[in-house]
Design a protein around this ligand. Structure first.
Ligand code: ADP
Ligand code: MG
Ligand code: ZN
Length: 620
């Protein structure tokens, strides 16, 4: 899938020939030229030793030059000659000639003659070497320029194709509907003839939409893997460049390469980067529009019977240009949503395959505790649990590590370095017990599964975790109100116990306000607006806040209504805790002592104090 194969098609010499020539030259140098040119070795000796050698009569010849004297000993090994050399300048010895004559040392003639071969070889090596260095430097520079601003439009080498992705549908857990929709594409890629025979127009592309981390990229790769076809992928942001026209030429290149390798899959990740609605407002992005136009043109232009299928992924389908979505382009839309309980369990199991786990791991419990987690989150949890097992010097991951990993992913690592003062610890303990106790005293709440006052790296000084007994898809009005009351429980407990309030409740307040606002503006759960929605989601999958669309007066009323809901709930939390003051105090004392209370312990502690936890509530 690289450029080499396409070079071959253009009639140039195959690369292998160059390699052979280079190898031949290297062999020639090594085995024929180099031995001929071997230079003798010289051993440096002090001047005094040279004089001693002369005195002893060990010297056969001496060659005196300006800088040094070269000495040939009498017992010279002709196969591996070792000559001696000594400095000359430091010692101005006038007697040297006399001494040499005295000991019948031959001098004045050159001792070692470097042959012509040596010179040639050194010349060749020098020239060749510098040429090679230049060549390499040039290559590096031209590569740099290719990826930089200087290579306008020359981007062929950037396009990324792989022969096989190594992923199959087995690697994608859950997402059964998505897989089912995509099997048709797999089938088409495997035997396009079946479809063309009947005259069915083949799907050109499918758009995978869903929140981040749900496995869109993974699914696209799995389709290529299942159909055993090459996979060309490019991320939307890679199309968009500084210069107008670059993105468009990338699109052209991408499709050209893909058609050469058909059947194959072209995958455009994060397509919203180029596929945003074209608007002609001032300051519109010319480059992006051109790129998008080119993409549209290419999608229309190529013949899908060749077997090129375009997959694209986005988590912002609502911003995509209508032209992209019309039939004949991305005519399939595959929803890849957050996994449900079963899906989460399956994903956990898929990723647990590669990790040594205890046999009796309860994946149900983990899946229950991770409502709203994406596939990527779950993969992260499994990996985190494995890391924890290593840290604990275990050879297997047990339930304990998994539960801890869930906490870490949800709330951050424990941060033992944060030292709370005695009073702060007390405040945090009362705050958390406030949440937990209110939750226990209300009926429409989820059971508490853990209370802790160990600070976390996320900044939380403690938290109360609630885990649903079963997967929930609807939120009842009473449940929403109870949730706000539980959120208010922390602050209420602080106020009752200390008579003053802290910043510790800011996150609770934010969440409560959001929920109350949604009840009024979206869910139609308030008497103020009734069955009316004044807020719309801007993004389906990214969870940003919506845009409110109503008159100023209504907006004021909405604010008042939100305030009344949250303050009602706060009052309720205060009342509940006040009437259970002793329980609150004694539970807070337990929490301060133990730092952690598990769900089971909490239920037992409540029972001892005469509060029986309600059986799971009925659905609203
Ligand atoms: P997206 O493209 O939707 O943002 P990815 O496909 O990149 O998400 O998924 C990120 C990672 O999460 C994958 O590499 C995979 O390990 C894991 N993952 C997500 N969904 C699933 C799933 N359904 N089954 C198995 N693993 C999943
Ligand atoms: Mg992705
Ligand atoms: Zn709180």
């Amino acid at each position: 899938m690289d450029n080499k194969s396409s070079d071959k098609k253009k009639g140039r010499l195959p690369v292998i020939v160059y390699y052979i020539i280079i190898l031949a030259v290297v062999f020639l140098l090594w085995f024929w030229l180099v031995p001929r040119a071997s230079r003798p070795t010289y051993k440096e000796i002090p001047y005094s030793e040279f004089l001693a050698m002369v005195e002893k009569g060990e010297v056969a010849k001496a060659e005196i030059s300006n800088a040094y004297i070269t000495i040939e000993p009498k017992n010279l090994d002709s196969k591996k000659p070792v000559y001696y050399r000594t400095g000359m300048l430091q010692v101005n010895d006038d007697n040297i000639v006399k001494l040499l004559l005295e000991h019948e040392v031959e001098f004045g003639s050159p001792i070692v003659k470097t042959g012509i071969w040596t010179d040639i070889i050194y010349l060749v090596l020098m020239l060749g070497g510098s040429w090679l260095v230049l060549f390499i430097v040039f290559r590096i520079i031209s590569k740099r320029m290719n990826s930089g601003v200087l290579s306008i439009g020359k981007s062929t080498s950037k396009i990324y194709g792989e022969k096989s992705t190594g992923k199959t549908f087995d690697d994608v857990a859950g997402q059964d509907e998505a897989k089912m929709q995509l099997t048709e594409i797999v089938d088409f890629l495997e035997n396009p003839g079946k479809y063309t025979q009947i005259g069915a127009r083949l799907p050109k592309g499918a758009l995978l939409v869903g929140p981040p981390g749900t496995g869109k990229t993974l699914l696209a790769k799995a389709v290529a893997g299942e159909a055993k076809v090459p996979f060309f992928s490019l991320s939307g942001s890679e199309f968009v460049e500084m210069f107008v026209g670059v993105g468009a030429s990338r699109v052209r290149d991408l499709f050209k390469q893909a058609v050469e390798h058909a059947p194959c899959i072209v995958f455009i990740d994060e397509i919203d980067a180029i596929g945003k609605t074209r608007d002609t407002v001032l300051g519109g992005n010319d480059e992006r529009e051109q790129t998008l136009n080119q993409l549209l043109a290419e999608m229309d232009g190529f013949d899908s019977s060749k077997g090129v299928v375009i997959l694209a992924a986005t988590n912002r389908p609502e911003v995509l240009d209508k032209a992209l979505l019309r039939p004949g382009r991305f005519d399939r839309r595959v929803i890849v949503d957050l996994p449900d309980l079963e899906g989460r369990k399956a994903i956990l199991k898929v990723h647990a395959r590669g990790v040594k786990m205890d046999e009796n791991i309860d994946f149900d419990a983990i899946a229950l505790a991770t409502a709203g987690a994406s596939g990527a989150d779950l993969e992260n949890i499994i990996n985190e649990s494995a890391l924890r097992a290593v840290r604990a010097k275990k050879d297997k991951v047990s339930q304990k590590e998994l539960t801890e990993a869930v906490e870490v992913v949800i709330a951050g690592e424990e941060k033992k370095s944060t030292v709370l003062s005695e009073r702060e610890r007390k405040v945090v303990a009362y705050h958390e017990i406030g949440h937990a106790l209110v939750s226990a005293l209300l009926t429409h709440t989820e059971p508490v599964s853990k209370i802790t006052i160990i600070p976390r790296t996320s900044g939380a000084l403690g938290y109360t975790m609630q885990t649903p007994k079963e997967e929930k898809h609807l939120l009842g009005k009473q449940e929403a109100l109870d949730e706000i009351t539980v959120l208010a429980g922390g602050r209420a407990s602080e106020e009752i116990s200390f008579g003053e309030i802290t910043t510790g409740a800011s996150n609770d307040i934010e969440k409560a306000t959001q929920l109350a606002r949604a009840m009024v503006t979206r869910y139609g759960m308030s008497d103020l607006l009734g069955f009316v929605s004044v807020e719309s989601n801007r993004s389906l999958y990214l969870g940003d806040s919506g845009t409110t669309d109503c008159s100023d007066e209504t907006a004021r009323e909405i604010d008042a209504e939100i305030r009344s809901i949250t303050s009602e709930c706060y009052k309720k939390a205060l009342a509940l805790l006040e009437s259970n003051r002793e329980v609150l105090d004694s539970l807070a004392a337990v929490l301060i002592e133990r730092e952690n209370i598990s769900g089971k312990e909490f239920a037992d502690l409540l029972k001892e104090r005469g509060i029986d936890l309600e059986p799971p509530k009925t659905k609203d």
